[in-house]
Ligand binder design. Structure first.
Ligand SMILES: Nc1nc2c(ncn2[C@@H]2O[C@H](COP(=O)(O)OP(=O)(O)OP(=O)(O)O)[C@@H](O)[C@H]2O)c(=O)[nH]1
Ligand SMILES: [Mg+2]
Length: 189
């Protein structure tokens, strides 16, 4: 009896009681096609850097520039990040999910504990800590190296102008820190 009810070529176990449901197949086909046409590739981007480096400002600028309906917030209202900020930016066919971690020294211990949903890509805007702090260069760089596996490609580094200045201070624009160790003979030469 059921032989008549089922569609030709369909295995008896397929569908409920061997009866094919053409609507279900069509739905699967169409939804697959829709996803294929309109799905965006998603990337997670981790922004790491010392405090006041400009990470949150960079995130806000990106959101303002690429998200059409995003209401830009005044940059003067951006305060130091406690914990992390998450922001999504759509660029063409890609969806970037930024994770902006607070860079204060107390928060740097969280850097290596962050687990992103999928580590397809990551970005850093960190400067070499040795340039920033003469007294304790080792600890931030150790934390940084623990977070290094996130980095998929060095081409994803976006240093801001402020970071570049901190990383490469010109002798005239930045005075030498009073706490810095005395200059060696090599440096003064
Ligand atoms: N001149 C200049 N100032 C910047 C730039 N980016 C950020 N700033 C300023 O630097 C200060 C710190 O910026 P934030 O974006 O809060 O820095 P952050 O890296 O998120 O700091 P934490 O949240 O503490 O880790 C703010 O006063 C910004 O206006 C830049 O490219 N140029
Ligand atoms: Mg911040």
């Amino acid at each position: 009896m059921w032989e008549k009810a089922r569609w030709p070529g369909l295995h008896p176990r397929e569908g409920r009681g061997g009866v094919r449901r053409p609507g279900g197949r069509m739905y699967t086909l169409l939804s697959g096609l829709y996803k294929y046409m309109f799905r965006k590739d998603e990337y997670c981007v981790l922004i790491l850097g010392l405090d006041n480096a400009g990470k949150t400002t960079f995130l806000e600028q990106s959101k303002t520039r690429f998200n059409k309906n995003y209401k830009a917030m005044s940059f003067s209202k951006i305060t130091t990040t406690v914990g992390l900020n998450i922001g999504t930016v759509d660029v063409g066919q890609a969806r970037l999910m930024f994770w902006d971690l607070g860079g204060q020294e107390e928060l740097q211990s969280l850097w290596d504990k962050v687990t992103m949903p999928s580590a397809t890509a990551s970005s850093t805007s960190s400067i070499p800590p040795t340039k920033r702090d003469w007294r304790s260069p080792s600890e931030p760089s150790r934390r940084w190296s623990r977070a290094k596996p996130w980095v998929a490609s060095p081409s994803l580094c976006w240093p801001t102008s402020r970071m570049l200045r901190l990383a490469c201070p010109s002798p005239t624009s930045r005075r030498r820190s009073a706490t810095a160790p005395p200059r060696s003979a090599d440096e003064t030469a």
